[in-house]
Design a protein around this ligand. Structure first.
Ligand SMILES: O=C(O)c1cc(=O)[nH]c(=O)n1[C@@H]1O[C@H](COP(=O)(O)O)[C@@H](O)[C@H]1O
Length: 223
């Protein structure tokens, strides 16, 4: 399976359609997140899904177990290939999300966002290094029965060693020389794959390129 999921982060349905159409056959799937969902809702997700790429619905749900379970049930007709929740929501919330999801959907728990470093965690009261916090939340996600986690490429190797059958989503991917933007824990596409990533989430290095299809082809060819 082609592990590259392109993050289509835009509120513009026409632009999303253009990207999904132009990248079908080059990448393995499309990730739609809060920006797209806020503007286009479930109908927009269904429209992009109809273009043929597997859909990763990245809404990073984080609330009490009842609310998250019912939100996942409301999203279930979309049958996304992958759906995100926040591991910090706790064991019962993670279990409720998994119980409400279609069997074909991989529910993955976001551990420590790739936009955070040790200083950011300390400001939020977490004194451990990101790797330690990822390890803790990965163990929680595993125990709660979800399918895998989202972590950076810096942690995926250790996480995979501890959960060999897990599904590992790695964003914060930057090919050599590309702009970091707001990402702080980044690795290259090949480093993420060699570390054990199941899926590489890549947004702006593809979507902000003058020729997104050519950028995606270069990334996939280097894997
Ligand atoms: O869950 C995610 O996909 C996610 C988790 C995380 O820790 N970091 C992260 O960047 N993401 C998402 O991955 C994408 C990264 O986009 P780029 O930085 O443009 O490659 C965005 O859509 C983020 O919402």
């Amino acid at each position: 399976m082609n592990p590259v999921f392109v993050a289509i982060d835009t509120p513009d349905l026409g632009r999303a359609r253009e990207l999904a159409t132009g990248l079908a056959g080059i990448v393995g799937g499309a990730k739609l997140g809060l920006e797209f969902f806020g503007a286009n809702g479930p109908a927009g997700v269904a429209e992009i899904a109809g273009l043929g790429l597997p859909i990763f619905l990245d809404l990073k749900l984080h609330d009490i177990p009842n609310t998250v379970g019912k939100a996942v049930a409301a999203l279930a007709p979309l049958e996304p290939a992958i759906l995100t929740v926040h591991a910090a929501g706790g064991r019962a919330m993670l279990a409720a999300a998994k119980a409400a999801a279609p069997l074909s959907t991989k529910v993955v728990a976001v551990t420590v966002l790739t936009s955070l470093d040790a200083g950011d965690l300390a400001e939020a009261g977490v004194e451990d290094a990101p790797a330690k916090q990822v390890e803790r939340l990965a163990a929680l996600a595993h125990a709660a029965g979800v399918d895998g986690i989202v972590c950076s490429g810096e942690e995926v190797g250790t996480a995979r060693d501890r959960w060999p059958g897990g599904f590992f989503v790695v964003p914060g991917i930057r090919p050599e020389g590309s702009d970091l933007s707001d990402q702080k824990r980044v690795v290259s596409p090949i480093e993420a794959l060699e570390g054990g990533a199941s899926v590489l989430v890549i947004g702006r290095p593809i979507t902000a390129a003058p020729d997104p299809a050519a950028a995606a082809r270069r990334i996939v060819a280097a894997l």
